[in-house]
Design a protein around this ligand. Structure first.
Ligand SMILES: Nc1ncnc2c1ncn2[C@@H]1O[C@H](COP(=O)(O)OP(=O)(O)OP(=O)(O)O)[C@@H](O)[C@H]1O
Ligand SMILES: [Mg+2]
Length: 513
């Protein structure tokens, strides 16, 4: 017998238990509804339920109102009566207050442990999306990644990529022969875009120590799944960064986790709030890849739940994969609203007791039209469900409470300080410094030569074109590679370069192994 998460009461008097089966929880889900209809509370009770069942959760806290998960609800809360009345109405006899174990994360390192990844792990496809590059610019970024592999120039942080692009610009004549035209205008455009995302805070995201996925998959001493909350209120002002980061995390989970088939309960559940941001203006290749990841990550035991105001925001192929659905009220003001409402209703297995479309329009706050996967993964008949009240605190904890929790976290100290290892930026700076020194030494040597020889030497130097100098730099790459391998970066290179050279059929979002 596998476990279930209690969602609320359905049926004519809301007395019929509605549950999410844990063994189908990896078949993804959808939480939708207009603003103020109860999506966040639904997310809160689902996170509590998964945690209770020992399943770790990752969620992005867009409005800052989910930190309350870390604190028990209280009888002196203004909604206490409403909550207990609701619990009684749905026959939820053992309703009680309690907190869940929470780990706070923050890309900017303020409201949680810093989360970082390396440029090379992010890969050219996601980075191009983040930078909003044109096709030609994306081509150059691909070349930069390739050079990073071939030349042993690890791309860890943004300044590595910036330095490598400078190098690409300087050597473009030579490189164009190998890779096709590289224009300075395109290289410059990428650099300018890098500045833009740097100003949005992306330099904090790229670097080391990079996030270890196992830190998202922990349980507490009682065996409850850890709820990982990513502070996303500030991040929302850079929606591209938000969407790219979450997509990266998803693809990373896909890559790193072993195949488990259909587990009794998920290994991790990933909630994707403001899911429309993922798909707004996303190129078809990216949507296709998200669709692929969603389909394939299931067998790794990861359940993905999209949260959005309107299900029409999620591309059809992806929507079709979301087996467990909680649809809060949708408004129908305009003709388009009505069309979306009809489309949303059509995706459910009808209940003879009511009209689905009407129900979606009518359900009250904290009430939803639900359909969960049942035996053999068949969608259940649609129900009108009054969602259970949360056990944890409704609304955010205070800044002081958060600070105390961060200080006492098991992960305190692990990610706080940035590590700046020898990588492309350092290697290229050292190279150009060395080149400058060599040039200076040659100058000095020439001064000391008798006048005739000096003239000859300087004439030779003068005729040495930029290209031939840089080509000698390029052919020296084996040495550079070897010396880089001797450094601390050795692990990185083994880890990423090898994989990058054998990129799988799915391309760069999945780094082939
Ligand atoms: N399951 C529930 N039990 C009790 N009260 C609820 C429940 N769901 C919603 N509510 C009440 O409705 C309010 C609004 O719900 P919620 O914040 O979840 O809406 P939302 O859909 O997330 O809105 P927004 O789009 O603005 O983020 C809650 O603050 C709470 O008072
Ligand atoms: Mg909300």
């Amino acid at each position: 017998m596998s476990g279930k998460i209690f969602l609320g009461g359905g049926g004519p008097d809301y007395g019929v238990k509605q549950e999410l089966a844990l063994n189908y929880a990896n078949r993804h889900g959808l939480i939708a509804g207009a603003t103020g209809t109860g999506k966040t509370v639904t997310l809160q009770i689902l996170a509590e339920g998964f945690s209770q069942a020992g399943v770790p959760v990752f969620l992005a806290d867009v409005k800052g109102d989910l930190s309350g998960l870390a604190k028990s609800g209280r009888a002196d809360h203004k909604l206490h009566q409403a909550f207990t009345d609701r619990a009684a109405q749905i026959g939820f006899e053992d309703y009680s207050y309690g907190a869940s174990p929470v780990t706070f994360w923050d890309l900017f390192g303020k409201q949680g442990h810093p989360v970082r990844t390396t440029v090379s792990e992010m890969g050219p496809l996601l980075l191009s999306r983040l930078l909003e590059l044109t096709e030609a610019q994306e081509g150059i970024l691909n070349i930069a990644f390739r050079l990073s592999d071939e030349e042993g120039l690890p791309l860890l942080d943004l300044k590595d990529l910036q330095a490598l692009l400078v190098w690409v610009g300087e050597n473009r004549a030579q490189l164009s022969l190998r890779y096709g035209n590289i224009s300075t205008a395109s290289v410059g455009a990428i650099q300018r875009r890098l500045l833009v995302i740097e100003n949005q805070g992306a330099s904090k995201l790229f670097g080391e120590p990079a996030l270890e996925l196992s830190d998202l998959m922990r349980q507490d001493a009682e065996g409850c799944g850890m709820i990982n909350i990513l502070a996303s209120d500030k991040l929302m002002s850079a929606p591209g960064l938000y969407a790219t980061f979450l997509l990266w995390l998803l693809s990373e989970l896909f890559e790193e986790l072993p195949e488990v088939g259909d587990p009794e309960k998920p290994k991790l559940v990933f909630f994707f709030d403001e899911a429309h941001l993922l798909f707004d203006d996303a190129p078809k290749v990216l949507v296709d890849k998200v669709e692929q990841v969603a389909r394939l990550i299931r067998s790794k035991g990861v359940g993905v739940y999209f949260i959005t105001q309107n299900p029409a925001d999620v591309p059809e192929d992806i929507l079709g994969q979301l087996g467990n659905r909680i649809q809060h009220a949708l408004r129908a003001f305009t003709a388009r609203d009505r069309k979306n409402l009809r489309l949303a209703a059509e995706t459910y297995r009808e209940n003879p007791a009511f009209d689905t479309e009407e129900a979606i329009r009518e359900v009250g706050v904290g009430e939803a039209v639900t359909s969960m996967l049942q035996k053999k993964g068949v969608p259940g008949i649609v129900e009108r469900t009054l969602i259970r009240p949360p056990s944890s605190q409704l609304g955010p904890i205070t800044a002081a409470e958060r600070k105390a929790m961060l200080a006492s976290s098991d992960l305190a100290g692990k990610y706080d300080a940035t590590l700046d290892r020898k990588s492309a930026f350092e290697i290229l700076s050292a190279r150009s410094q060395q080149a400058a020194q060599e040039a200076e030494a040659a100058e000095v040597a020439a001064e000391e030569q008798p006048p005739a020889e000096r003239e000859y030497a300087s004439a030779r130097r003068y005729s040495g074109s930029r290209v031939s100098r840089s080509s000698s730099r390029i052919t020296r790459r084996k040495d550079t590679f070897a010396s880089a391998m001797g450094e601390a970066v050795i692990k990185e290179l083994k880890g990423t370069t090898g994989r990058r050279l054998v990129r799988g059929i799915l391309g760069s979002l999945f780094k082939g192994r």
